[in-house]
Design a binder for this molecule. Structure first.
Ligand code: PLP
Length: 402
């Protein structure tokens, strides 16, 4: 329990849950309605159509009242059978958790990637996937699973290159992609990239609280689900997709979060997806300039796959990144992401996703810079000044008074 309530808003700068805009909070405060009534059907049809634009798909989008982890399970259990061999790529902590889940579900995951920390600093190496699939002459590998935006490291992998690798090996494996933290912040194209199951969640780029998550199955994945033998009931796509045609669900959906999704779609599509992505890229570039000006290292070692969602910041040898985070939390009322798994204590993560703008990023960087200095870290220069100079010089759509 806090001994007093700090003035102003808490700065929630973890890479999700991201801050929920007031518009969305208000929309979610409408009274809960009958989920079998006519108003609900209209809401359901509206959000189910709108969310397709965010995934860039014409396929049905399945919405679960569950966190992203549930949607991971749904992707695997709808399409695979006990003992199936799946190829999973280690980009970081979340890829590792998905692999653990595959084991728990009695699948046989093969985990490939670059060795040690190196794999946690770069994106998916599509050539490694291609080479492994070429060896798999009898097609025992049933699925390739990759994380689009690895939230534990700040790396956004090139999903089109993974599709090309699977095609080049002429392999029938399903491509499953986790874009839980990438969706609506980084460009994502379910149909164009030939993804068979996309998995996502509400609490990141969509600016909603945690509590709903998504599967987007390709036609090939829907066909696979007809013969898949893993047990599933709550997650089963068939009945949900059928009932969704009239805007309803087989069970009680998360009504108030769907109000929030309605509002979020209005905000994101109103701004325009390309503008949303450009804003995230601009903020991420400013954040990286700040980290470089401090003289600290960015966790992602390959500029081609820098994440627009978050930036991982490595602390100097001997400095506990969690102690720095704690100091910043207690002094400035700001939450930063912790180092996960192999990176525990070695780095912190700055989220710049969702409704982030130039000034929220500047305040975040100011909190970091003050915190780094208070923690006794000698910064090389002012990251705040570097980010400010960069942002001031950027061309952005200006607000106009009509
Ligand atoms: N995958 C990624 C990339 C994530 O960032 C997260 C959560 O942060 C998850 C999976 C797990 O999702 P959830 O915590 O909503 O269950």
């Amino acid at each position: 329990k806090l001994d007093f309530h700090p003035a102003g808003r808490h700065f929630l700068q973890i890479p999700g849950p991201s801050p929920v805009p007031d518009r969305i909070l208000r929309a979610m405060s409408y009274p809960t309605i009958d989920h079998r009534g006519p108003e609900f059907g209209a809401l359901g049809l509206h959000v189910l159509a709108g969310i397709k634009k965010i995934f860039k798909t014409n396929q049905p989008v399945v919405i679960y009242p569950a966190s992203g982890t549930g949607a991971w399970e749904a992707a695997l259990s709808n399409t695979l059978s006990p003992g199936d061999h799946v190829l999973m790529y280690e980009t970081g902590h979340f890829a590792t958790l998905w692999k653990k889940m595959a084991e728990a579900l009695t699948l046989k995951p093969e985990f490939i990637g670059l060795p040690g920390i190196e794999g946690w600093r770069r994106g998916v190496q599509a050539d490694m996937i291609e080479a492994r699939l070429r060896e798999d002459k009898n097609h025992s590998i049933k699925a390739v699973c990759v994380v689009h935006n690895e939230t534990s490291t700040g790396v956004t992998s090139d999903i089109a290159s993974v599709r090309r690798a699977i095609d080049a090996a002429d392999h029938p494996a399903l491509l499953m992609v986790d874009t839980i933290s990438g969706l609506a912040s980084a460009d994502y194209r379910h149909d164009e990239w030939g993804v068979d199951v996309t998995v996502s969640g509400s609490q990141k780029g969509l600016m909603l609280p945690p509590g709903i998550s998504f599967n987007v199955p390709s036609q090939k994945a829907i066909e696979a689900s007809k013969n898949a033998k893993l047990p599933r009931s709550f997650w089963a796509w068939g009945e949900i997709i059928e009932m969704n045609k009239s805007g309803y669900w087989p069970y009680t959906p998360n009504t108030n979060l769907l109000y929030g999704l309605h509002e979020a779609l209005d905000m994101i599509l109103g701004e325009g997806l390309d503008n949303v992505f450009a804003r995230h890229n601009r903020l991420a570039a400013a954040c990286r300039l700040a980290v470089k000006a401090w003289g600290l290292e960015i966790q992602c070692a390959d500029p081609a796959v820098y994440s627009p969602v978050l930036t991982g910041v490595m602390t100097p040898e001997g400095i506990d990144a969690d102690a720095v985070r704690k100091l910043i939390y207690e002094r400035f009322d700001m939450s930063l992401g912790t180092g996960l798994g192999k990176m525990k204590g070695r780095m912190f993560r700055i989220g710049h996703l969702g409704e982030a703008n130039d000034l929220t990023l500047m305040a975040t960087l100011a909190g970091c810079e003050m915190g780094l200095k208070l923690a006794g870290i000698k910064v090389a220069g002012s990251g705040v000044a570097a980010a400010m100079d960069f942002l001031a010089g950027q061309k952005v759509p200006a607000l106009k008074v009509a």
